[in-house]
Ligand binder design. Structure first.
Ligand code: SAM
Length: 268
């Protein structure tokens, strides 16, 4: 049974530190470039979390545009409201569900959802809602991870496999990217383009993505599926030893989908 993560305010505070590492700052830059925001546009961030991408989008959209954010976690929304309180172009950050967006039809020029849909059971409903709120000709960027792309160098492959299998329970669909394109087409999107951003860490460095990930793996996996605190700490100790030996290696892929809603004259 899946036991997805509850993203409360405490998790959000840890996430901010983690998502300000250069690996994730670079990811947001790539996503912003794919989104190709224009001054004055109306933009929606679905699953806006602590508001880091909202803040970055505000810097490019200019004072005549507007940014809206929605997240299912009240704690995340509180953090994002604090972070963006001095940004007048951030119009509204509110609690809500990606499967039932509280906006009208054809409202947004562009929308983004970064590492959110893999946490939601009804992905098709998310895409139907995304399509509904975009203007004809509007664009969307969706980012998600496939857990099979997550690798660490370890001499204990059996332990690593059990940890990764247990970790998969933290999201609803750990292999969403490979299945996403047909679902996007079914929702009505066209011009589907794929890209990939690989995070690669060769040091177990506090300022890297995988350092924060190890902390989260320990929190989630410990006590689940027969994995004891002792065992998960032994895994983390091995990673530290690998780092001292110059043999640390971590890599994962972020899949970036750029799509459009057809123009009004192209709609069926
Ligand atoms: C991994 S975080 C990503 C946050 C943000 N997009 C970013 O990349 O910085 C996932 C976010 O999705 C939100 N989320 C999960 N299920 C959701 C749903 N059904 N509707 C809206 N947001 C959801 C969580 O509360 C959390 O803030």
């Amino acid at each position: 049974m899946s036991e997805t993560i509850h993203f409360d305010e405490a998790a959000g505070k840890r996430m901010v530190k983690w998502y300000l590492t250069p690996d994730v700052v670079k990811q947001r830059k790539i996503v912003l470039s794919a989104l190709n925001l224009q001054s004055g546009e109306h933009v929606l961030d679905i699953g806006s979390g602590p508001g880091l991408l909202v803040e970055d989008m505000a810097a490019v959209i200019g004072s005549n545009g507007s940014i809206w954010g929605i997240d299912i976690s009240a704690g995340m929304i509180a953090l994002s409201q604090k972070r963006c309180s001095n940004l007048p172009q951030v119009e509204d950050l509110r609690e809500g569900d990606a499967t039932s967006l509280p906006y009208g039809k054809d409202e947004f020029d562009a929308a983004v959802s970064m590492q959110v849909y893999e946490y939601i059971d009804d992905i098709q409903m998310c895409l139907t809602e995304l399509y509904r709120v975009l203007k004809p000709g509007g664009r969307a960027v969706i980012v998600c991870t496939d857990s099979d792309t997550q690798i660490w160098n370890t001499t204990n492959l059996e332990r690593m496999r059990r940890i990764l299998t247990t970790l998969e329970g933290h999201c609803a669909d750990p292999r969403l990217p490979r299945k996403l394109a047909p679902k996007l087409r079914k929702a009505g999107f066209h011009n589907i383009k794929h890209d990939v951003y690989t995070i690669l860490n060769s040091k177990f460095d506090e300022n890297s993505y995988s350092y924060g990930l190890v902390d989260n793996v320990i929190r989630y996996v410990s006590g689940r599926n027969g994995i004891t605190a002792e065992e998960i700490n032994a895994w983390a100790d091995e990673l530290r030893r690998k780092d001292q030996e110059g043999a640390y290696f971590f890599s994962t892929n972020r899949y970036i989908f750029s799509v459009s809603k057809p123009d009004a004259d192209m709609m069926p």
